[in-house]
Structures are given as structure tokens and as C-alpha cells.
Design a protein around this ligand. Sequence first.
Ligand code: NDP
Length: 450
Amino acid sequence: MAHYDYDLFVIGAGSGGVRAARMSASFGARVAIAEERYLGGTCVNVGCVPKKLFVYGAHFAEDFEDAAGYGWQGNGAQFDWPTLRDNKTREIERLNGIYRGLLTNAGVEILEARAVLEDAHTIRVAGSTVTARDILVATGSWPSVPDFPGRDATITSNEAFYLPEFPDRVLILGGGYIAVEFAGIFAGLGADVTLAYRGELFLRGFDEGIRRFVLDEMTTKGVTVATSKRIESIEHADGTKRCRFDDGTSLDVDLVLVATGRRPASTGLGLEAAGVALAENGAVVVDDAYRTNVPNIYAIGDVIDRMQLTPVAIAEGMCIAHNLFRGEERRINYANVPTAIFCQPNIGTVGPTEEEARQRYANLVVYESAFKPMKHTLSGRPERTLMKLLVNADDDRVVAAHMCGPEAGEIIQGLSVAITAGATKADFDATIGIHPTAAEEFVTMRDVTR
Ligand code: NDP
């Protein structure tokens, strides 16, 4: 039997790679992980974690205003960007240390350098060459910026977390997760925000009722959402960026954030040398056990471009470890993966959109409720909450829950257990609500809306 330096060599210490490496090592495998940038990957460093901290920060603007209706006088709070930015960075550095500890304590060797495959079992890393029985590519994704004159004057979410100064006027290009989340962050922190989206309604792929509702809410909160608008060029002079659009209009801003998707990070890794097949968009092609066309090379997470979500990458990492070093044959069920968008208010969703569900189920019943959250009876804020339950009337199963409102992610996470377990509308009806909460609405919807 061939002797290798490692049983598993993981490239990329993001959410998926770290989980696969730790679990594999805990099962007794000899594991190394290579990371050229930061431990914890996108999620910890320039994604979910710092984003959520910024979302909390942004929400205080409304909290201070809302406090007046509850008798709190004299809100003179001033926002200081360097404080938020630098406190966030300190927290990220703490988490980097925790990731290092998790890997080291599990017995994983950390190599802080770029790893490049020389062939299917040989990796060049930090000036030397090592061999591994199995290789896992978990290199994630990288912001993709379309080509147009002046694109060098833009930033991506990577830089948004480290801005030297907070901008007064911001243009956000794109209409996906990152665009709407950062629109809420910048607006909450006091910037004048315009979001320009190329289509008619942003958040394509989400439930249409939710998309329209979020559009209304964001607009009410002061974000300008411009649709059917494409950037043509940006001229940059004296700090101001003059953005010209395909409809002949222009807009002067201080910062342009491009959030037009993320590409699998698969170049420069020697995947070609190892014979690994890539899709047209650069995604590593894998089967349902994350095996590439080269039998000992696997890939998980954003680089396979199935669902660019941290918990999905972690689940894939767990799956790999169990399959490789526990002799199991695990597979992941991608149906009903819940997700949240931390725009303001949040979106939480599990299961198909109403449009998809209508295609799938002949007898779909929709329960819908839109209401003013109790908190805003005294605050006077015009914010509303929307909740939807989709039920297949043929077997009474609840097939989806969608929500736009405070803590939607927290609420939908719980409901996703019920939906994954196959709960029926009768089960929801038999569940006693917790009063007074917004979440109780999901178990007290009695009247069919459609
Ligand atoms: P998304 O894929 O969510 O959205 C990309 C947006 O950019 C779409 O609105 C798309 O429009 C638009 N777009 C794409 N190409 C162009 C172009 N050439 N010109 C103009 N517009 C364009 O990507 P994001 O960058 O927002 O986020 C990447 C991924 O990261 C997400 O898909 C998600 O999986 C993950 N993520 C998850 C978060 C969470 O869980 N809360 C938070 C942030 C990111 P169109 O709809 O017309 O294609």
C-alpha cells in the first residue's frame, strides 16, 4: 500500500474545510489543512459573522428612535464608525484564535500558505511537497465584479468590513443577499443608500410576496431601490464617484459596493494538473458524495456552488469526514434548507416559494398574515411583518414557511424542524402559541388566504 504523508489534506480553512479536517482528525485520520488568508474563511472574516455584528449596529438607529414612544427622552446618540469597525475586527481576531485552537486541539496540522496540486496525491505547499491519500478542496468563493469602465473605483463586501471612513452616499449594485443586507447596514448607520438592480424585482429565487413586502419595507426605511438599471461606467474625481446607468441617468456617491454574486475560487490550485473537472463557472464538479472525477479528490462548500451557505458547507464537511474515516455512506438532503437574509426587517424562509409550490402541488393552500408588530404600537414605526405558510391540501403537510419581520431567522429555524419532520397543518393548529409573540401567528393561522 502506498505511503502518504497524510490521510487527508484539506485546502481552505473556512467553515466546511475546518469542520471536515477536525472531524476527520477526531476519527483518527492524519490531517493537514492549508490556508493562505485567514482561519475561518469568508463566514468568520468577511461574511456572516462581521455582517451580523454590523446588522446589530445598524439597528440601534431605530431602537433609539423607537425608545421615545416608551418614555425615553433625549436621544442624542452619535454613531462612530471606527468604534464599530475596530471592535468587530477584534472579535474576528478572537474567533481566528478559536479556529486555530479547534484545529490544533483536534490534531490537525495547519499550514498557513497556498497549496497547489501537482498531481492527484501531491501538493506543493510552503516551499515543500507533501502527499495525501485523499484531498479535499474547500476553497470557497470570491466576489465576482462585472467588467465596466471605472470598476476599479468600486469595492466588494470584502472591503466593506474595513472602510477607512464611513461614506455619506452609497450605491449598491446587485439584488441578492449581500446587496440587500448591506443596504440595510449602510442606511441604518446613517448613509444615503441607493440599490440598483438589473431586473424588475430583487431577491430572485425568493417568494414573490416576500420580495415585494421587503421592497416596501426597505423603501419606507429610506433606501432608494432602483430597478431595471445597469451600471455603464463610473468616473472618479476628488473622492466622488459619478455613476452612469444604461437609462441615461447618473448618480454621485462616495462609495460603490458591488454585490453581484460570488464565483467558486478554483483557479490557481493546480486542479487542472490533477485532472479535476470544472463547470463553466469554475465550480468543481462533484457527485452526491462530493467526489470529483478524480476518485481521491473531493470538494465541498462554495467552490462546488450548490448552496453558498455556511451551515451547508459544514454539513458537507461532516459528511465527508464520516464517509472517508467512518466507512459510512452519508448523503445530504438539500430539500428544505432554511435560510435568512439579514436585511431590515429580516427574511427567514424554509421550503419552496409559493410560485414553486404551485407547480409542485395541485392543491396548494396559502395562509398569510401581515400585521404591525406589537413593539411598534408605542414606537409609532410604520414597520410591518409578513408571515406565510404553504400547505399541500392533499396530505395536509406544511411545505414552506416564509417570513419578513424581526428575528425571522430565529423563528424560521424552529419551524424548519417541524417542516423537515413532516408536520401537518393539523399539527401546527394543535400547537399552543406563546403569547404575546409574533411567532405565535404561525400556529394560529386559521383562515385560508388563497
Ligand atoms: P446573489 O447570487 O445572492 O445575488 C447576486 C445579485 O447580483 C443578483 O441580484 C443578480 O441579479 C445580480 N447580478 C449578477 N450578475 C450581475 C451583473 N453582471 N450585473 C448586474 N447584476 C448582476 O449573490 P451575493 O453576492 O448577494 O451573495 C453571494 C452568495 O453568498 C449568496 O447567494 C448566498 O448564497 C451567500 N450569502 C448568504 C448570506 C446569508 O445566508 N444571510 C448573506 C450573504 C451571502 P439576477 O437576480 O438578475 O441574477
